[in-house]
Design a protein around this ligand. Sequence first.
Ligand SMILES: CC(C)(COP(=O)(O)OP(=O)(O)OC[C@H]1O[C@@H](n2cnc3c(N)ncnc32)[C@H](O)[C@@H]1OP(=O)(O)O)[C@@H](O)C(=O)NCCC(=O)NCCS
Length: 153
Amino acid sequence: MEDVDDLFAILGDAETMRYYPAPYPRERTLEWITDNLERYRRDGFGLWAIEDRETGEYLGSCGPAARVVDGVEEVELGWHIKRSRWGRGIAPEAAAACRYHAFGPLGLDRLISLIRPVNVPSRRVAEKIGMTVEKEVLYGSVAWPHLVYAIER
Ligand SMILES: CC(C)(COP(=O)(O)OP(=O)(O)OC[C@H]1O[C@@H](n2cnc3c(N)ncnc32)[C@H](O)[C@@H]1OP(=O)(O)O)[C@@H](O)C(=O)NCCC(=O)NCCS
């Protein structure tokens, strides 16, 4: 919960959230944290904080989250990075670490990422960790088309 201001600086930022229906208000950012704490308890995983190894600075979030996509139970790997740190490979580094953890200790067989076709920066992250496009689905509160990027263990 002490990360809420740092997380809100990301999820509440209009440019960062340009491929989402809208930036998150602060209350929704709090709900996001509560939802992930519940995921840790229920599933043993959820989105985690990314911290700078040297300074401990909060850089964003990355991690697997159980979701129903097109009627199928899937585990989605998601990522958000603070804008001042974009373009330094932080998301692919975090996502690759999560992929190892998911296919190793967590024993998962498959990960997906749901990404809007226009979100090229996010598609590049999926591609850098070896994911490929499997299909397109309508997803989210606005039911926009999303690419399903996937990788098997
Ligand atoms: C997607 C995101 C997590 C990428 O994180 P990152 O740590 O910057 O990842 P990378 O450094 O590997 O850069 C990935 C791509 O971002 C783009 N990019 C890099 N710097 C950028 C900048 N300053 N501004 C805009 N895009 C930039 C490039 O397309 C890059 O691909 P390339 O390496 O092939 O040139 C980050 O852009 C972000 O937080 N976006 C907003 C949240 C979001 O859309 N999350 C995903 C939802 S599906």
